[in-house]
Design a protein around this ligand. Structure first.
Ligand SMILES: NC(=O)c1ccc[n+]([C@@H]2O[C@H](COP(=O)([O-])OP(=O)(O)OC[C@H]3O[C@@H](n4cnc5c(N)ncnc54)[C@H](O)[C@@H]3O)[C@@H](O)[C@H]2O)c1
Length: 384
């Protein structure tokens, strides 16, 4: 969590906003799309967009032919006053950014690899999009939600593409098929979207979450709620799940194992921010599933909810396909970029100044700005 320094404001007059092309392997998104850029350009803001930045997301350079937007090379985009990115900068990118600039990206604050210190040393003020509080006021800026929605939808489609049977009930002249039994573990944003998508495709859906308060949401989507008594309350700080005790974890795994053996598809999303993902699907459960079943482990990037998952790969073990895709939003880059861009646009909206158009002010008294600002004027503000 971050703490507020003494009241201070950091103002940028007529800043140039830069949108570099993402360089991380496999990244297809762009941090700002023409629709959001247009709205800010209308207010008088100038942009430098790197040539080709949006191509992989379905936005060719011609889409950025907007008044106030200049197409430039990487160096010029990175040397802007405000740099808007999806992924945290590489050392090369950081070296090209200028002192006093504002960086807005997914900063991965829990990585503990010294990036935060390097940003502070370079005098770059950085905001982590994933640190925006999960409050109602901040909903329109919440990239974790916007990207998780896409991921939850896509996870079900990936499962459907790998599953050798129908999802819906089918009655044809050549015979009939039963609806697939799909279980969702972890009913946060991605899990709820997966439930909705699977229901639309005709699956029989059951879902489980350690936070009992999601029961109503699960039921309202037409799925059954799996009740398990693990012996303790699962809700922790900020509405997130807390890490269970060893005894509760054991009880949870045991109770789930029998249930999961009967599933055709499992979409598992259980995460605890900043921690290794909990194991919910034991090897025994996988062994008990019928051949051809599919598990999409959406927690693959943080260790997986199943120990057999291999991050970034799709593997078959005990006849079950385990999908370990770690970057679902990159598979739907047009919508994920548009959503991300709108989240950034709404965040920038908090920094606008009615009296000084084309000015951005870091209003530290605003809880959203205060919580997401990880470095400011040479200091690291983020605390684990
Ligand atoms: N703006 C808002 O008000 C807003 C927006 C989005 C999310 N939220 C809240 O944030 C919280 C987390 O959402 P998220 O989608 O980012 O979650 P997440 O990605 O951190 O985790 C996914 C789900 O896994 C569940 N989980 C964790 N450990 C588990 C375990 N051992 N067994 C079963 N399930 C387990 C969590 O409870 C969560 O529902 C929720 O309370 C959600 O309602 C609020």
């Amino acid at each position: 969590m971050t703490t507020l320094p003494p009241a201070t404001q950091h103002q940028m007059n007529q800043p140039i906003l830069g949108v570099p092309k993402e360089t991380r392997e496999g990244e297809t998104r762009v941090a700002m799309t023409p629709d959001s850029i247009k709205k800010l350009a209308k207010k008088g803001f100038k942009f430098r967009v790197e040539r080709g930045a949006g191509v992989a997301a379905g936005f060719p350079d011609s889409d950025f032919a907007i008044e106030g937007v200049e197409l430039v090379e990487a160096a010029a985009a990175l040397a802007s006053d405000v740099v808007i990115k999806i992924n945290r900068p590489t050392s090369d990118e950081l070296a090209r950014m200028k002192r006093g600039s504002l960086l807005i990206c997914m900063v991965e604050p829990f990585a503990r690899d010294g990036l935060m210190e390097k940003l502070a040393e370079a005098g770059i003020n950085a905001m982590g999009m994933e640190l925006i509080p999960r409050t109602s006021r901040a909903q329109s800026m919440d990239v974790l939600s916007s990207q998780a929605n896409i991921a939850g939808y896509r996870a079900v489609l990936e499962a459907a593409a790998r599953y050798p049977r129908f999802f819906p009930m089918m009655m044809t002249s050549a015979g009939s098929a039963k609806p697939a039994r799909l279980i969702v573990l972890g009913a946060g944003v991605a899990g709820l979207q997966a439930i909705g998508t699977a229901r639309r495709l005709g699956c029989q859906v059951e879902a489980y979450d350690v936070r009992a308060e999601v029961k109503e949401q699960i039921l309202s989507l037409g799925a059954k709620f799996i009740e398990l008594d693990v012996g303790e309350e699962g809700t922790g700080a900020g509405g997130y799940a807390k890490e269970l005790s060893e005894e509760a974890k054991r009880r949870q795994q045991q109770a789930l194992t029998e249930k999961l053996k009967k599933a055709d598809i499992i979409i598992t999303t259980a995460n605890i921010p900043g921690r290794k993902a909990p194991v919910l699907i034991t090897e025994e459960a996988v062994r008990g599933m019928r051949a051809g079943s599919v598990i999409v482990d959406m927690a693959a990037a943080t260790g997986g909810n199943c120990p057999l998952t291999e991050a970034g790969k799709t593997v078959v073990k005990h006849g079950v396909t385990l999908i370990g895709i770690t970057q679902f939003p990159t598979l739907m880059p047009s919508d994920s970029s548009s959503f991300y861009g709108r989240n950034v646009f709404n965040l920038l909206g908090l920094m606008l100044d009615d009296k000084n158009p084309s000015t951005l002010t870091l209003k530290l008294e605003d809880d959203i700005i205060a919580a997401s600002l990880v470095t400011l004027q040479g200091q690291v503000r983020f605390k684990q």
